[in-house]
Design a protein around this ligand. Structure first.
Ligand SMILES: NC(=O)C1=CN([C@@H]2O[C@H](COP(=O)(O)OP(=O)(O)OC[C@H]3O[C@@H](n4cnc5c(N)ncnc54)[C@H](O)[C@@H]3O)[C@@H](O)[C@H]2O)C=CC1
Ligand SMILES: O=C(O)CCC(=O)C(=O)O
Length: 528
C-alpha cells in the first residue's frame, strides 16, 4: 500500500529525505495552495505536513477523508484545530525540540537589537544619515529580564541572558523555587515579574489562558521605560494595548517576531520607530529546519506503518522504556475489548480495565485506549482509532475506568476487561505468555487458554453427558471444522462453558440450530 503525503509549507529538503526514501510513501510538495484549493486537494492524502502558515481548520479536516496524521514541523500547533483532528481520529505530531536553540538565539538577537537600536541605526545609515546621538542605547548588564513561560525556549533564553550578566526572574505555573535556584534565577508571580523587569520576554504557547496575557492592565503595572519582546506567538500580547503603551512612553521599545495576524504587508506597530521586527523567523535556521523536518517525517513514517510515534500532541507521549514495556500488549488489549463486546452483544455503558503484574507500575493509558478501540469498533466501525477512542466513548456517555491491582492470580501480567451493559456485567482476562504471545485465560469465572485470533464460539450450557457430541454433530452438519476446544464448569451438573476455535465464521443457521439444543443456554459467535 502506498501512502500519500502532502507538504503545504516550505520544509527543509534534507529534512524530508526520510519520507522521500520510504518505499511505501509518495510525497507531494505544494506550498502555493489557497485554502479552497487545499480543501479540494486534501481528499486523497494520508498525511499533511505543515509549519505555521497553513491553517488546518475544522472545515479542512472535515474534507480530509483519508487523513490519518498531521505533522507540524515546529512547536506551536495553534494553526491546527486539535479538537477537530481528535474527533476525526487524526493524530497530530510536532517537533518540539528541534527549534529551541534557534528560537532562543533569535530572542537574544532581538533583545540586543532592541537595546542598541541596531535596525533603526542601520536603516538611517542606508538612508545616508550618520546620527550617533539619536541611537544611544541601554546596556543589558545588571538589567532585569522577566521571562514569562520558562519551558524549553524560555529556559534557554534565561541561561543566555545570564551570560549577558542580566538578572533573570521568571514566572511559569510549573516553576518551583528549587528549580529557579538551581538555574540561578529568581521566580515570582506574574505580577511580581512584570513589575520588576526592565525587559519582558514571553515564551508561552498561545491558548485561551495566554491570549492577551500582556494587556493594558499588565502594561500599567510595569516599570516606565520597559522593553517588550515577543518571539513566541502573536496574540499573547494585545497589539492595540502595546501600541498605546509605546505612544504614551510607558514602553520604551518592543521587539516582535510574531503577530496576531500573519502574514501581513502593513502593520501600524511597524510605523513606530521604537519597534523592531522580523517576519516570524525564530525557527528559521538551516539547523532547526532540518531537525524539525526530520523529526516530523520520522513520526509520519512510524505512524503510517503502525508504529508508535515520538511526539504526539493529541495523545500523551510516553518515555521509551515505558513504551517498550507496554507495546507488546497493544494487540492483546484491543482483542480483549473486541472479544468481550461480541460476548455481551449489547452496547457498553461502563468499561473497567484492571491491570496487574508487570503492568501494575507503568503508564497504561495507551492500553486502555486500545481496549476501548476494540470495543467501539464493533458498533462504530473502522474510523475508531487510538486517537478518538476515548473521545468517542465520552461522547456516548460510556464511563471508562482504569485500575491497577496487585492481585494477578498467578500471572506475571494480566489485563481484565469488564463491561457493564443495561442487563449484564461480563469479564474477560488475558495475558502475554513469554514466547507464545497473547492468550485469553478467563471468561467470566471460567478458566480457558485460547489465542485471541480468528473465529470462535462461546457456549454456555448445563454440565451433562452428550452435550459435546450433539454440538459437534451440528457443526459437522454445517461443515464447520473445530480447531480447538476447551470446557470448564462451575460444579458437577451445574453451569458450564465451551470455548471453540473453528475454521470459519459460525453462520446464523448453525448458530440457531445450536441454540435449539435444550442443554445450551447461550451461543455466541466471536470473530477477532
Ligand atoms: N518564533 C518562532 O519561530 C518560534 C516560536 N515558538 C513558540 O514559542 C513558545 C514556547 O515554545 P517552547 O518553549 O518550545 O514551549 P514549552 O511548552 O517548552 O514552554 C511553554 C511554557 O509556558 C508555560 N506556560 C503556560 N501557560 C503559562 C502562563 N499562563 N504563564 C506563564 N507560563 C505559562 C508552560 O508551563 C511551559 O513551561 C510557543 O508559543 C511556540 O509556539 C517556538 C519555536 C519557534
Ligand atoms: O515553522 C516555523 O518557522 C515557525 C516555528 C514556530 O513558530 C514554532 O515552532 O512554534
Amino acid at each position: 500500500m502506498t501512502f500519500h503525503v502532502l507538504i503545504t509549507d516550505p520544509l527543509s529538503e534534507e529534512g524530508i529525505q526520510p519520507l522521500r526514501e520510504a518505499k511505501n510513501i509518495h510525497v507531494v510538495v505544494d506550498t502555493e495552495l489557497t485554502p479552497e484549493q487545499l480543501e479540494e486537494k486534501i481528499v486523497g492524502f494520508d498525511a499533511l505536513l505543515v509549519r505555521s502558515q497553513t491553517q488546518v481548520t475544522r472545515s479542512l479536516i472535515s474534507k480530509a477523508k483519508n487523513l490519518k496524521i498531521i505533522g507540524r514541523a515546529g512547536v506551536g500547533v495553534d494553526n491546527i484545530d486539535l479538537e477537530a483532528a481528535t474527533e476525526h481520529g487524526i493524530i497530530v505530531v510536532n517537533a518540539p525540540n528541534g527549534n529551541t536553540n534557534s528560537a532562543a538565539e533569535h530572542t537574544m538577537a532581538m533583545i540586543m537589537a532592541l537595546s542598541r537600536n541596531i535596525p533603526q541605526a542601520y536603516l538611517a545609515l542606508k538612508n545616508h544619515e550618520w546620527n550617533r546621538k539619536k541611537y544611544v542605547g541601554v546596556e543589558l548588564k545588571d538589567k532585569t529580564l522577566g521571562v514569562i513561560g520558562l519551558g524549553r525556549i524560555g529556559s534557554e533564553v534565561a541561561y543566555r541572558a545570564k551570560g549577558q550578566r542580566m538578572n533573570v526572574i521568571a514566572y511559569d505555573p510549573f516553576l518551583t523555587k528549587e528549580k529557579a535556584e538551581k538555574m540561578g534565577i529568581g521566580c515570582g508571580t506574574f505580577e511580581e515579574v512584570i513589575q520588576q523587569a526592565d525587559f519582558i520576554t514571553v515564551h508561552t504557547p498561545l491558548m485561551k489562558e495566554t491570549r492577551h496575557l500582556i494587556n493594558a492592565d499588565a502594561f500599567a503595572k510595569m516599570k516606565d521605560g520597559v522593553y517588550i519582546v515577543n518571539c513566541a506567538r502573536g496574540g499573547i500580547i494585545d497589539e492595540d494595548a502595546l501600541y498605546d503603551a509605546i505612544v504614551s512612553g510607558k514602553v520604551a521599545g518592543a521587539a516582535l517576531d510574531v503577530f496576531e495576524e500573519e502574514p501581513f504587508h502593513e502593520h501600524r506597530l511597524l510605523e513606530l520607530p521604537q519597534v523592531v521586527a522580523t517576519p516570524h523567523l525564530g525557527a528559521s535556521t538551516v539547523e532547526a529546519q532540518e531537525i524539525v523536518a526530520i523529526d516530523v517525517s520520522r513520526d509520519v513514517i512510524r505512524y503510517l506503518n503502525g508504529e508508535p510515534v515520538k511526539n504526539p500532541v493529541n495523545l500523551p507521549s510516553l518515555p521509551k522504556d515505558v513504551l517498550a514495556t507496554i507495546e507488546p500488549y497493544f494487540h492483546l488489549a484491543e482483542k480483549l475489548g473486541a472479544f468481550l463486546i461480541d460476548l455481551v452483544k449489547e452496547v457498553a455503558e461502563e468499561i473497567h480495565i484492571y491491570y496487574s503484574g508487570e503492568l501494575y507500575d507503568v503508564e497504561v493509558s495507551p492500553l486502555t485506549r486500545n481496549t476501548v478501540k476494540g470495543i467501539l469498533k464493533r458498533h462504530l466501525g473502522s474510523h475508531v482509532n487510538d486517537v478518538n477512542a476515548l473521545y468517542l466513548a465520552e461522547r456516548r456517555d460510556i464511563t471508562v475506568r482504569e485500575s491497577k491491582t496487585s492481585s494477578n492470580k498467578g500471572f506475571t501480567n494480566l489485563i481484565t476487561v469488564e463491561i457493564k451493559t443495561k442487563s449484564q456485567t461480563r469479564r474477560v482476562s488475558g495475558t502475554l505468555l513469554n514466547g507464545l504471545g497473547p492468550r485469553i485465560v478467563k471468561v467470566d469465572d471460567y478458566s480457558v487458554d485460547v489465542t485471541p485470533k480468528g473465529h470462535m464460539v462461546f457456549i454456555q450450557h448445563i454440565d451433562m453427558p452428550g452435550v459435546i457430541g450433539r454440538m459437534g454433530s451440528i457443526l459437522a452438519k454445517h461443515d464447520i471444522n473445530i480447531a480447538t476446544m476447551q470446557v470448564d464448569r462451575s460444579d458437577v451438573g451445574g453451569s458450564a462453558m465451551m470455548m471453540l476455535t473453528i475454521d470459519r465464521h459460525l453462520d446464523d443457521a448453525a448458530l440457531e440450530e445450536l441454540k435449539k439444543l435444550q442443554e445450551i443456554n447461550d451461543v455466541v459467535a466471536i470473530d477477532l
